[in-house]
Design a binder for this molecule. Structure first.
Ligand SMILES: *[C@@H]1O[C@H](CO)[C@@H](O)[C@H](O)[C@H]1NC(C)=O
Ligand SMILES: *[C@@H]1O[C@H](CO)[C@@H](O)[C@H](O)[C@H]1NC(C)=O
Ligand SMILES: *[C@@H]1O[C@H](CO)[C@@H](O)[C@H](O)[C@H]1NC(C)=O
Ligand SMILES: *[C@@H]1O[C@H](CO)[C@@H](O)[C@H](O)[C@H]1NC(C)=O
Ligand SMILES: *[C@@H]1O[C@H](CO)[C@@H](O)[C@H](O)[C@H]1NC(C)=O
Ligand SMILES: *[C@@H]1O[C@H](CO)[C@@H](O)[C@H](O)[C@H]1NC(C)=O
Length: 358
């Protein structure tokens, strides 16, 4: 039997001769592989996808104008990754073509131009742990979009929800089936408030609201956050309005330590406070009682000034006779004075008198 031999030439390159034995081995292995894959029909990787059987990963990258969700997803799939596919609508049972359940754990659907999620879109995925819908253009989300996901722990909706769908999102997230939700990421969606009607529905540990349009968090939201102490909230890159109505939020930020990026929660309004961390404000900056007192004191000052003015006018009015007389006297006096001056001037400017003086 010949051995595999390698010869190094003068330039350091190696030339190997593969033995016929090894060649035979490789060939039979290849044949075996083909046979095996023929035997197990559901091992076939969907066309235009790349499958890694060991890790159970099926990756289906963009393929021209592909708009279809692969229907022949293998049963062993634990992670399905679709990307750049221009899907536009996720219909009911989008991932369980024949009503069969899949044991999939991870489903990543970022960058697929998804605009509509229809009711029960994720039916047949009872073990799904992670759903990534980031970087889509969701304009319509059904109330029942997330029904049938009892094991879902992480839901990513970063840069995905159009402002018109914010209210729908809030209803869709109310689904009872999300009771195991642990982490909810809603980065970059121009949301103006926390899109959760209740917080006690879930087992939520992280709520990521970075880079939205939240100006303030008030009332019930704050109360509920205090109640759900395990929830960690991320709020940087929101345009907080640092007027006196921010009080509740300000104390929550300082007292509860539930906000993980509190140091980067900055004021956006008013201009004078822009860029200042909310937690660095002073108590009196967010104290409406103080602000009201200030307003009241200005009003008071105004009233006092007005009263003084009125009194002054009244005095003038009551004395109008005396004032008239006084004004007349003044005019007379002025006229007398002017006449005296005039006379003197005429005398001074008489050329004859001047000559006499010289
Ligand atoms: C996506 O598909 C729609 C039709 O379904 C088409 O109008 C649109 O141009 C496509 N977009 C891209 C980026 O391919
Ligand atoms: C799904 O149903 C279609 C017909 O409706 C059938 O051709 C196909 O083989 C089925 N696929 C599986 C995985 O059962
Ligand atoms: C947004 O979603 C992605 C998943 O696509 C996640 O990995 C990332 O950590 C999320 N957060 C931010 C701030 O991008
Ligand atoms: C915040 O989100 C907007 C809209 O999604 C995006 O254009 C912008 O780049 C984001 N800003 C940062 C600092 O991430
Ligand atoms: C938070 O505030 C918004 C808007 O005021 C409200 O719709 C929502 O129900 C509140 N959520 C919680 C959990 O308090
Ligand atoms: C938060 O702490 C401040 C003082 O540090 C206190 O005056 C305020 O009442 C506290 N607020 C709440 C809601 O616990």
């Amino acid at each position: 039997m010949r051995q595999n031999t390698c010869i190094f030439d003068s330039a350091g390159r190696s030339k190997c001769t593969v033995s016929t034995w090894t060649q035979w081995c490789l060939r039979s292995a290849a044949v075996l592989c083909v046979l095996l894959s023929r035997n197990a029909a559901d091992d076939v990787c969907p066309s235009s996808c790349v499958c890694t059987r060991d890790s159970g990963t099926v990756t289906c990258p963009a393929d021209g104008d592909e708009t279809e969700i692969p229907t022949d997803i293998p049963e062993w799939t634990s992670a399905l990754i679709l990307k750049g596919r221009n899907i536009s609508t996720l219909p009911r049972g989008a991932f369980s073509a024949n009503g069969t359940e899949l044991d999939m754990v991870t489903l990543s659907l970022s960058y697929n131009g998804i605009q509509v999620i229809e009711p029960y879109a994720f039916l047949g995925l009872p073990r799904l742990h992670l759903l990534d819908l980031s970087h889509n253009q969701l304009g319509s989300i059904s109330d029942r979009a997330f029904h049938g996901l009892p094991e879902l722990r992480s839901l990513y909706l970063n840069h995905s929800v159009l402002p018109s769908a914010a209210a729908q999102l809030s209803s869709a997230l109310s689904a009872q089936s999300l009771r195991n939700l642990h982490r909810l990421e809603l980065v970059g969606n121009r949301l103006t408030s926390i899109p959760l009607v209740r917080l006690d529905l879930y087992n939520l540990h992280s709520l990521v609201l970075i880079n939205n349009s939240i100006k303030s968090i008030e009332g019930d939201n704050i109360t509920h956050l205090y109640e759900q102490r395990r929830i960690r909230v991320y709020l940087s890159l929101n345009p907080f309005r640092c007027n006196c109505e921010l009080g509740e939020f300000y104390y929550w930020l300082k007292n509860s330590s539930q906000c993980q990026d509190a140091g980067r929660v900055l004021c956006h309004e008013p201009e004078a406070k822009r860029g200042i961390p909310v937690e660095n404000l002073r108590g009196e900056d967010v104290d409406c009682v103080n602000e009201n007192l200030e307003a009241v004191s200005y009003v008071f000052l105004g009233i006092v000034l007005a009263l003084i003015g009125v009194v002054f006018l009244m005095v003038l009015y009551l004395n109008r006779g005396g004032i008239k007389r006084w004004l007349n006297n003044l005019r007379e006096a002025c006229r007398d004075q002017m006449e005296v001056y005039h006379y003197r001037y005429e005398q001074d400017s008489d050329p004859r008198l001047a000559n006499v003086a010289v």
